[in-house]
Design a protein around this ligand. Structure first.
Ligand code: GLA
Length: 384
């Protein structure tokens, strides 16, 4: 893939661009907890977006999307939101450098990759962090990776209209091969957990449903959590997020809650507890217990947070019937995209057969089954 991107760049622009690889991500557990100052457990994967970039000494930014065979150009001095959806993720990133007081010179960029779009694997975060990394490198700005993560997250807020948390951009940038990242989304402290995949593997199944509801419902969930915090703050003003709330405390105020807000908030508190259990399970090499936390996470996302959909539920229910599937849950924002499954290696064949025999995507096709390996975060690729 990288060769194709490089050749496409050289055919269109000049020779010798820098090459950057920026991965998609999975999240093992800890969903919708990032914007509640909670914990997440993501990892960068082998599916990625590749970039070829080079300063062009003109007053324009020129982008070519290899996968869409589409071109976009804009003067460096006048960046505005575009009608081209894909261009906005890139423009949103450039604007962050400007806001941080830097002048980004004109450059050319060709990008493309193999992260399925709308599958909940964060192709948008890969796009943002990849470009942020490339600009920082070309211009020798010297921003820290955490700054680039925040630039990317802000790009999503301001140019894509999703008030996302920090997980996706953080995971894309900080991924390490064969390790998952336990990230504290409040302090941004993080630690790596080795993921022993000698006997089990991570397999995604793509529902084939694009998560189109995701942005509006996503922003609504954030508001519902905030409503819960506002209520509890009356009793404990030091509470600033659901991270600070115990189950016992929220239960003691149940009667004062709107039922929906109560469900949303308890889901978040419980999901953080599941994540803690999952990390302990990892420490003990107990993948059965880990898998149970994943199933529990799906139940919560389906019944309390209500961000699942029939297709995701069907896939998780199917997975539960297969001996050797240790855990399964919807992954990412929800309303479509993928499930993530922890599957014993010897079960893989039966898993694939069972899923294909019993689930078809909305357009009647076999679902895409994606075996993921855990890889390095956004990085420079040698240009040879
Ligand atoms: C999307 C967002 C993330 C996170 C997940 C849900 O992927 O971009 O910040 O909130 O949904 O866990």
């Amino acid at each position: 893939m990288i060769e194709k991107i490089k050749s496409a760049f050289e055919a269109r622009f000049e020779n010798n661009p820098i090459l950057v690889k920026s991965p998609g991500r999975v999240n093992l557990i800890g969903e919708h907890t990032d914007y509640n100052d909670g914990f997440v457990l993501p990892a960068a994967v082998d599916a990625a977006i590749y970039f070829a970039c080079k300063s062009n000494k003109t007053a324009s930014f020129r982008f070519y999307s290899y996968d869409l065979d589409d071109f976009y150009e804009t003067p460096v001095t006048n960046i505005e939101k575009s009608n081209k959806h894909w261009a906005n993720y890139l423009l949103g990133v450039i604007v962050q450098f400007t806001k941080a007081g830097k002048k980004v010179q004109g450059f050319d960029c060709v990008f493309g990759g193999d992260i399925p779009m709308g599958a909940g694997m964060s192709s948008s975060a890969a796009l943002e962090t990849g470009l942020a990394f490339a600009i920082n490198y070309i211009e020798s700005f010297g921003f820290e990776t955490i700054d680039l993560v925040k630039f990317s997250q802000n790009a999503e807020h301001e140019y894509a209209g999703v008030q996302c948390g920090i997980m996706d951009q953080f995971a894309a940038m900080h991924g390490k091969s064969n390790q998952v990242i336990k990230l504290d989304c409040r302090s941004l402290d993080f630690s790596y957990y080795p993921l022993d995949m000698s006997e089990q593997m991570l397999v995604l199944v793509n529902t084939g449903v694009k998560h189109s509801l995701a942005s509006s419902e996503y922003n609504k969930r954030r508001q519902e959590c905030e409503a819960g915090i506002a209520l509890l703050q009356k009793y404990q003003p030091e509470i600033t997020s659901l991270r600070d709330v115990s189950l016992a405390f929220i239960q003691s105020h149940k009667n004062e809650f709107n039922a929906l807000v109560y469900k949303r908030c308890t889901y978040v508190i419980e999901e953080n507890l599941r994540l803690e259990n999952a990390c302990k399970a990892l420490d003990n090499g107990d993948f059965v217990l880990f898998g149970k936390q994943m199933f529990g996470s799906h139940e919560g996302l389906k019944n309390k947070y209500e961000v699942s959909c029939d297709e995701l539920d069907q896939l998780v229910d199917l997975a539960k019937t297969i001996n050797g599937v240790l855990g399964a849950r919807m992954m990412g924002g929800g309303f479509g995209g993928c499930t993530i499954n922890l599957v014993k290696k010897e079960t893989l064949k039966i898993f694939e057969e069972t899923i294909k025999a019993n689930y078809k995507t909305p357009d009647g096709k076999d679902p895409q089954i994606i075996k993921v390996s855990i890889e390095e975060g956004t990085h420079l690729v040698s240009n040879r």
